[in-house]
Design a protein around this ligand. Structure first.
Ligand code: GRF
Length: 217
C-alpha cells in the first residue's frame, strides 16, 4: 500500500476524494500525513476527522517551510506527494527532492489558464470547453508532464462558481485515478510525456456521461 503525503491550503475536497478512494479500495493507498501552509485550512480538520496526522507548517520563511515539510514527509514514510490545492510555488530544491514523486491537480486544461483562479480565467476568456489536469510537478508552476485530463462543457449561463463546481467533481475522479496509475507502476515519464501502460480503466466504474476523459482514465 503506497503512503501518500497530501499538501493542501484550503477546504480540502480533493483530499476528501483521495481519503474516500482509499477507504473504498478504489486505490491501494493510504494518506499518511496532511500538511498545510494555512492554519485554518479545513483540509486539516478533514485529516483529523479521519485520524490522519495533520500539520500546519508556517510559510513565512519559504526555505524553512519546505525543509520542515520535507522532514515530515520523510518521517511519515511518504512515497508520493500530492498537491491538492496547495497554493504555493515549490522551489527547485523541494522539486528535486521529490522529483517524479509529486502529482498536482490544476482546474484547467493545461497549458491554458495556469496560475490562480483558472476557472475565472476560463469564463472570462470565453472558452466553450474547460476541464482539469493532473501532472507531475517540475520547477515551473503548472507545467510538468501531464498524466490525465478531463474536459467539461462551459454552459451559456455559467459563472465562475458553476463552472468551478462542474470541474471540481471531475477533479475528484482524475486525482485519485492518477494516484492509482502511479501505484500500479503504469506511469512512464518520457521527457514531457507520460506514457500510460495498459491495464484496467475506471470508465466503467466511476465516470460521468458528459465528461471526456483522456486515455488511461
Ligand atoms: C481545486 O480546484 C484545485 O484544482 C485547485 O485548488 C482547488 C482546491 O480545492 N488547485 P480543494 O481544497 O481540494 O477543495
Amino acid at each position: 500500500m503506497i503512503k501518500l503525503g497530501v499538501l493542501a491550503s484550503g477546504r480540502g475536497t480533493n483530499l476528501q476524494a483521495i481519503i474516500e478512494a482509499c477507504k473504498n479500495k478504489l486505490i491501494n493507498a493510504e494518506v499518511s500525513i496532511v500538511i498545510s501552509d494555512n492554519e485554518k485550512a479545513f483540509a486539516l480538520e478533514r485529516a483529523k476527522n479521519n485520524r490522519i496526522p495533520a500539520f500546519y507548517v508556517d510559510a513565512s520563511d519559504k526555505r524553512k517551510h519546505e525543509e520542515k515539510m520535507d522532514e515530515l514527509l520523510q518521517s511519515h514514510g511518504v512515497e508520493l506527494v500530492i498537491g491538492a490545492g496547495y497554493m504555493r510555488i515549490l522551489s527547485p530544491w523541494f522539486i528535486e527532492r521529490w522529483r517524479n514523486k509529486i502529482i498536482n491537480i490544476h482546474p484547467a486544461l493545461l497549458p491554458s489558464f495556469k496560475g490562480i483562479d483558472a476557472q475565472r480565467q476560463a469564463i472570462e476568456y470565453g472558452v466553450k470547453i474547460a476541464g482539469c489536469t493532473t501532472h507531475f510537478m517540475d520547477e515551473e508552476p503548472d507545467h510538468g508532464p501531464i498524466i490525465l485530463q478531463a474536459a467539461v462543457k462551459v454552459l451559456p449561463n455559467d459563472d465562475r462558481n458553476s463552472l468551478a463546481a462542474r470541474i471540481l467533481r471531475v477533479e475528484h475522479q482524475i486525482l485519485p485515478r492518477s494516484i492509482d496509475l502511479f501505484e500500479q507502476g503504469r506511469l512512464v515519464i518520457e521527457g514531457r510525456k507520460v506514457k500510460i501502460l495498459p491495464g484496467d480503466s475506471w470508465l466503467e466504474k466511476y465516470s460521468y456521461p458528459d465528461v471526456l476523459y483522456s486515455e488511461g482514465y
